[in-house]
Design a protein around this ligand. Structure first.
Ligand code: NAD
Length: 242
């Protein structure tokens, strides 16, 4: 990949301070786009020199509305913010479920609501939502809350794609397997045996390794330029779904 030319395009990225969001902001900038990289952790945005940066808490509806109004034109929205919750249905609480719904699902809807009217006015827009293979695509143990919310992201993606396909809007979802990011490291450390947990994650993926965030970023840039593609859940999972 790496051939997509996004010169003249404005890209808005959420959760760009680290991991997939950060790698994707860099990749979009390298493809020639003007990138607005946002995160609730403003300090974490330091060093994203090829992007404009701003604090944005996607849980804050009023802040999202104000931010989208102030930013104006957005051609490509990369909805990346999300949280992984570990555990089964019986191990999860209503509060954990509500929080994950808010961050993994409602926040994406908020962001789309903020940029879609402008995209419709211009008759052109691309929305990329971060889902996961752990969703309606694959049952993964101990990911009840996470998989339920990431399945909702796929439903949302298809609904938006269907509603606006004739008005120049494309909406796709990215469904990674395991990706090497700071939050993955936190989760591996939290098991108490980083090496064993890492080995287990690697073993799930037939390609025998965990993805690098830059590989997911390449797919996001590709989807931004894939003008005949909408409503798709694109897996990038080291063969986990084969
Ligand atoms: P990460 O979990 O390491 O970082 C998450 C980022 O989100 C942080 O910079 C954090 O500050 C930001 N954030 C948290 N709450 C926010 C809020 N309210 N508003 C704005 N920003 C907020 O990143 P990651 O592991 O690359 O995950 C990014 C996305 O990719 C998530 O949606 C995740 O579910 C998805 N995903 C990750 C993996 C993986 O293995 N890492 C696999 C599949 C899907």
């Amino acid at each position: 990949m790496g051939q997509t030319d996004l010169a003249g395009q404005v890209v808005l990225v959420t959760a760009a301070a680290q991991g997939i969001g950060r790698a994707t902001a860099v990749a979009f900038a390298r493809a020639g786009a003007r990138v607005i990289a946002t995160d609730v952790n403003e300090a974490g945005l330091a060093g994203l020199d090829s992007c404009e940066t701003a604090r944005l808490d996607v849980l804050d509806r009023k802040a999202v509305e104000a931010f989208c109004a102030q930013v104006g034109r957005v051609d490509i929205l990369f909805n990346c913010a999300g949280i992984v919750h570990n555990g089964t249905l019986l191990e999860s609480t209503e509060e954990e479920f509500d929080f994950a719904c808010d961050l993994n699902v409602r926040a994406m809807i908020r962001m789309i609501r903020g940029v879609l009217p402008g995209m419709l006015e211009r008759g052109d827009g691309c929305i990329i939502n971060m889902s996961s293979l752990a969703s309606s695509l694959k049952g993964v143990p101990n990911r009840f809350v996470y998989s339920t919310t990431k399945a909702a992201v796929l439903g949302m993606t298809k609904a938006v794609a269907a509603d606006y396909v004739k008005q120049g809007i494309r909406c796709n979802a990215i469904c990674p397997g395991t990706v090497q990011t700071p939050s993955l490291d936190d989760r591996l450390r939290a098991t108490g045996d980083y090496e064993a947990a890492h080995k287990e994650f690697v073993a799930r993926q037939p390609m025998g390794r965990i993805a690098e965030p830059e590989e997911i970023a390449d797919l996001a840039v590709y989807l931004a330029g894939a003008r005949f593609t909408s409503g798709q859940a694109v897996c990038i999972d080291g063969g986990w779904s084969i």
